[in-house]
Write a protein that binds this ligand. Sequence first.
Ligand SMILES: Nc1ncnc2c1ncn2[C@@H]1O[C@H](COP(=O)(O)OP(=O)(O)O)[C@@H](O)[C@H]1O
Ligand SMILES: CC(=O)N[C@@H](CCC(=O)OP(=O)(O)O)C(=O)O
Length: 296
Amino acid sequence: MVYDSEYLKEAAATRVRVLSEALPYVQKFAGRTIVIKYGGAAMKDGSLKAKVINDVVFLACVGVRPVVVHGGGPEINNWLQKLNIEPAFKDGLRVTDAATMDVVEMVLAGRVNKELVSLISRAGASAVGLCGKDGNMIQARPVGKEGVGFVGEVTNINTDLIETLVNAGYVPVISSVAADEEGQAYNINADTVAGEIAAALQAEKLILLTDTPGIMYDFHDSSSLINKLDIQKARELIDQGVVSGGMIPKVTCCVRSLAQGVRAAHVLDGRLPHSLLLEILTDEGIGSMIVASELM
Ligand SMILES: Nc1ncnc2c1ncn2[C@@H]1O[C@H](COP(=O)(O)OP(=O)(O)O)[C@@H](O)[C@H]1O
Ligand SMILES: CC(=O)N[C@@H](CCC(=O)OP(=O)(O)O)C(=O)O
């Protein structure tokens, strides 16, 4: 009776097409590690957050090994302001004095991390929340820039804990707070941490979810989206100033991770519902993909 309608027939056919299109990708990526960086503006909207979480759980349920690295810059700003501390940035890095470091750690390793863990658990997968200090996972040192305080850079990633958790069926959810050998905490850009973790895990993909359609020639014009580029082109775009501001650490960490063996790095629009599934499990993909030059 229902199938008398041509419209419903077509709708059913589309759904079947999309579902069957996913099969080769599920087969390709099952057992492979995909590092997903989630943060910034893409994390502000509650209903979008639920969709990102659902996608992560979907991937885990079909046998992909997702590792989530998160930021939470806007949430840190909110809490600093509640405490009458004015957020300050230098060259895109948060100026992190001792009081700010305390807030960064409480917000990222506490609130934001545990909220994501709880959402993933409620959506049906088991997640474990960590920061770089857990299991000595991320070793850090000062980033070496004047006037930014306790901003760190990664000196080493120990993947033992991440691999143990993933092998046991957990989704690791990692915040970008780490410590040096003396236990001093450092605030590290979350894109940078995601790139280093993807490289250390030799991940199949690094996916950065953000608040633009991808890398664009003119970031006010979404029709100028660059679908696919190689490492050399990515470096040129930074040198030419086409990639600027917050996109610089993203493209830089993509390039660094690819140079260390990650197979593909993506910049996707986290505001687009289910962008993760669209990228990973459909023929067209979305956003911008950066690959090593020999794979272009
Ligand atoms: N070439 C470019 N293509 C796309 N976005 C760009 C480009 N150059 C600069 N940007 C800027 O980078 C921003 C993304 O960086 P950022 O705001 O730090 O993201 P997030 O908060 O998700 O980490 C975009 O919103 C855009 O304003
Ligand atoms: C050094 C530095 O700037 N650290 C970032 C860490 C969080 C982050 O990167 O969050 P988003 O991904 O949401 O921007 C910060 O304090 O905001």
